[in-house]
Write a new protein. Structure first.
Length: 373
């Protein structure tokens, strides 16, 4: 009897031993596979130290100090742009107007008014001859910057989200609440091409510095790199878990960066479209991306979108926002700034001397920063 009891106990212990070994082996293999997936997967991210805690960053330091705020216009700023020569700053508002400032003294020199329409996007041509303005109510106007006369009006069929001129300034790319990108020939005043490849609204577009490629971000969570000459799709970039609402090329054309409603920024090789890394540091969706001219320093701004009456989205409703400076080469944050009023847009002057942020409801002003040498 005792022998039988001893055998049963030994058999039970052996079963337990094998069970523990199997569990440890399974756990080891599972952990290894997850680690490998996190290292190699295009959509993976690595934890970055927040900008506030970088004590001795090897990245070049950027120091902009606030020098002025621009007020005295009606409505909220939705879009902003510098002229290529850096002499003019223009802002598009919710009150039908484009406000033009002289950068030399920051005085308003002209206001272009369009009845009952939000100016959601602005873009200068690279030669400075044209200013394009995109509106909520399905249209784009192109203005002659020497006379400020309207030279053409484009029916876009859908609300406009983003604008970008190609390298020779003859073609304007238009992103709308539509899954296609409209390319408009300015001189011929007609459609040049229509790019099809996204499956949801296109939110952001940007031509490469050499004008040979066009990048687009969409609500289908992807970005696409297009051949700007043929209109052919070069590569689809999948690295976000939510809408891609901001996109920008680095000044040297080496990098393409995309910002998303998943609060992340993804860096891509602009030539191959290969994934490089993901920048984490925002707690809200990315609404603006821009590079310090002649550098690899990226500036990102987040915003909060709240639901208003009838479920309508309200962008930048006076909430706090964060602006981060990143060194793309080192993949490190450099500096961070918090603002009481939500940022709707941001831009650098072509020489990098000025950095401007447009603020929305709760502020209705533009903050001007100057580079400290």
């Amino acid at each position: 009897m005792c022998g039988v009891t001893f055998f049963c106990l030994r058999e039970t212990n052996v079963k337990k031993f094998y069970f523990i070994c199997f569990f440890l082996l399974f756990y080891f293999l599972f952990t290894l596979s997850v680690s490998a997936e996190n290292i190699n997967a295009p959509g993976s991210t690595r934890t970055l130290t927040s900008p506030e805690s970088v004590a001795n960053s090897t990245s070049p330091q950027i120091d902009y100090e606030e020098i002025k705020t621009l007020k005295g216009y009606q409505g909220d700023i939705l879009s902003i742009a510098f002229s290529p020569d850096g002499k003019l700053l223009v802002g598009g508002t919710t009150e039908q107007s484009i406000v033009i400032w002289d950068v030399a003294n920051w005085q308003i020199i002209k206001t272009l008014v369009e009845d009952d329409d939000d100016v959601r996007a602005l873009a200068f041509s690279r030669n400075g001859k044209y200013l394009a303005s995109g509106y909520k109510h399905n249209k784009v106007h192109v203005w002659d910057t020497s006379t400020w006369k309207k030279i053409c009006s484009i029916n876009t069929s859908k609300p406009v989200n983003s604008l970008s001129f190609n390298g020779d300034s003859n073609v304007l790319a238009i992103a709308r609440d539509d899954d296609t990108i409209l390319l408009w020939d300015i001189k011929k005043d007609k459609t040049h091409n229509e790019l099809k490849g996204h499956t949801n609204d296109v939110k952001a577009i940007a031509y490469s510095p050499d004008g040979l490629r066009l990048a687009s971000g969409s609500r289908d969570n992807s970005a696409i790199i297009w051949d700007a000459i043929s209109g052919d799709k070069i590569k689809v970039l999948n690295g976000h878990a939510n809408n891609v609402e901001a996109i920008s090329y680095s000044p040297d054309g080496k990098y393409l960066v995309t910002g998303s409603n998943d609060n992340s920024i993804v860096i891509w090789d602009a030539k191959t479209g290969n994934y490089i890394d993901t920048l984490l540091g925002h707690t809200e969706r990315i609404c603006t991306l821009s590079f310090v001219p002649h550098s690899d320093i990226l500036v990102s701004g987040d915003c909060i979108i709240r639901k208003g009456p009838f479920g309508i989205q309200i962008r930048h409703s006076g909430s706090e926002c964060k602006v981060n400076f990143w060194n793309i080469q080192a993949l490190k944050p450099i500096e961070s700034a918090d603002f009481d009023c939500g940022s709707s847009c941001a831009a650098f002057s072509p020489d990098g001397k000025y950095f401007v942020i447009g603020h929305a409801v709760g502020g209705r002003f533009i903050t001007i920063y100057k580079l400290v040498y």
